[in-house]
Design a protein. Structure first.
Length: 269
């Protein structure tokens, strides 16, 4: 054996030892990178599950091969959940409509907003906020605060029941529309904990978050409100159908008209 061959064997041995030494950390890095390819609602859950599976493999090389295979699995999951992108023109048109209508509503309903705020302030004797804030999941899985008048603990008051029956308590949601958190028409904005639960039970639930949530929507006018998994599946089907085939200004206006008829009692769900 020549000196060059001996030195090469030593170098390969050192590199191999170093590679095996770092393979565990490299495998964990690969897992973290692969989960970033997934939708937000699956990212943390799949990272925990894959990291737990990683520990079951006996050898360092098998751990590394498993980590490499997660890239293929992440691609398949992401590809199955992703549907055709929404046309870039439609959101611009709808956002322009939302801004103009929300500004007009704020101007015309300002006296009602002030009166309801004063009544709530007097009913609570200044204790607690007039505006109720609740965390909801918006477009692309981002969390935002939903604004409503505080009437939950004032239901015994006759005027509070009237405010809820006429949906005046939801007028502050217009601020969410102005901010860009919501639209007039879109999927129902849900709480983060509900979204996490439904994302595990319903494979395509995250598709609802491709557009802004709405004050009303296709699911809201066609399906009664419910909190079970079956209810969420039915609403998700309506929402996905709306995003894929009916995400147009014309369909938006039709849904808003039907919502008005339902509020006035002229039409039933």
């Amino acid at each position: 054996m020549t000196w060059s061959a001996l030195l090469l064997a030593i170098a390969v041995g050192i590199i191999t030892d170093e590679f095996l030494c770092w393979s565990q950390r490299l495998a964990e890095v690969l897992l973290r990178l692969s989960t970033h390819k997934l939708p937000p609602e699956l990212c943390s859950r799949m990272h925990e599950e894959w990291l737990a599976d990683l520990q079951t493999f006996p050898s360092k090389l098998s751990k590394l091969f498993f980590a490499l295979d997660t890239f293929r699995a992440a691609y398949i999951i992401d590809h199955q959940q992703r549907l055709p992108e929404v046309s870039p023109i439609v959101p611009i048109v709808i956002r322009t409509r939302d801004l103009s209508m929300s500004l007009a509503i704020v101007l015309f309903s300002l006296p009602i907003l002030v009166i309801v705020a004063i009544l709530i302030f007097l009913a609570t004797k200044g204790h607690g906020p007039v505006i109720f804030r609740d965390k909801r999941v918006g477009r692309d899985g981002k969390i935002f605060c939903l604004y409503k008048f505080r009437t939950v603990d004032l239901q015994k008051n006759l005027w509070a029941r009237f405010v809820r029956a006429t949906c005046f308590d939801e007028l502050p949601v217009i601020l969410n529309v102005l901010k860009g958190d919501m639209s007039f028409v879109g999927p129902r904005p849900e709480r983060p904990e509900f979204v996490r639960t439904m994302s595990e039970a319903i494979p395509n639930y995250g598709q609802r978050h491709r557009v802004r949530p709405g004050m009303t929507g296709c699911a809201q006018i066609h399906y009664p409100f419910g909190s079970t998994v079956d209810d969420a599946k039915a609403e998700c089907a309506y929402d996905v159908e709306y995003i894929d085939r009916h995400y147009t200004l014309r369909a938006n206006l039709r849904i808003m008209l039907e919502t008005s008829l339902i509020i006035l009692g002229i039409k039933k769900r």
